[in-house]
Design a binder for this molecule. Structure first.
Ligand code: TZP
Ligand code: MG
Length: 211
């Protein structure tokens, strides 16, 4: 699948470590897929993250579900797994090894790279083979324990407006601050807890669609 920036509009990120158990993981994922997310990133990372065969098994089921709903699948920080399960894209942070090597090893999948601040943007500026960047954390988040300092809407604006790539904002995005995020020139928002904490996932995503 070739990358299109419209995929970034409603970007849902989830790993089993973000929920109580695998059943809940698949339940939330399927509700989000049915309701209209435009991309799913499988991010199995941090305390209680699955590894090895368990991670592979879940990723294969995730591929089946995302294919069923025709939603592109991105794998976070695991290029080998992305190829094995026939994902559409990969995403990595700047601490996840050599960026240029990672980009090369990702072909033909599309590539996203995290940017937490101006210095990180400068480090990748001019590189070939990147399709999109994820910018943040914009706001405080409890989802990522090793998150960089927040950049706020001002910091987001600054990076978005110089970006040579389509971009998606991430970190602490809620229904309340989503309009402020989308008022910048970003192509979309990426969220974990806005969906996992939602009392009504289809309603949350319907509101998102109308913004
Ligand atoms: N990268 C920067 S912040 C973050 C990631 C993966 C976590 C976002 O989670 P939430 O719950 O949407 O703040
Ligand atoms: Mg990473």
């Amino acid at each position: 699948m070739t990358f299109d920036k419209s995929m970034l509009a409603r970007y849902f990120v989830l790993g089993t470590q973000n929920v109580a158990n695998e059943a809940e993981f698949f339940n939330i994922l399927e509700q989000a897929l049915v309701s209209g997310i435009t991309l799913f990133q499988y991010r199995e990372k941090g305390q209680h993250a699955l590894t090895g065969n368990d991670k592979l098994r879940v990723a294969q089921q995730v591929r089946q579900l995302t294919t069923k709903y025709r939603v592109p699948l991105v794998i976070d920080d695991d290029i080998a797994l992305a190829h094995v399960v026939n994902a559409d894209g990969v995403h990595f942070g700047q601490g996840d090894g050599n960026i240029s090597e990672n980009i090369k090893a990702s072909a033909p999948l599309f590539v996203g790279v995290s940017v937490s601040n101006q210095a990180e943007y400068d480090r990748i500026a001019g590189l070939r083979g990147i399709d999109n960047i994820g910018i943040g954390p914009v706001y405080e988040t409890t989802t990522k324990s090793d998150a960089s300092p927040t950049i706020g809407i001002a910091g987001l604006n600054k990076i978005v407006n110089q970006s040579q790539w389509p971009s998606v904002a991430i970190g602490g995005i809620t229904q309340k601050n989503l309009p402020d995020v989308l008022a910048t020139n970003v192509d979309g928002a990426a969220v974990v807890s806005m969906i996992t904490q939602s009392k009504n996932i289809s309603e949350t995503i319907n509101i998102w669609k109308q913004l």
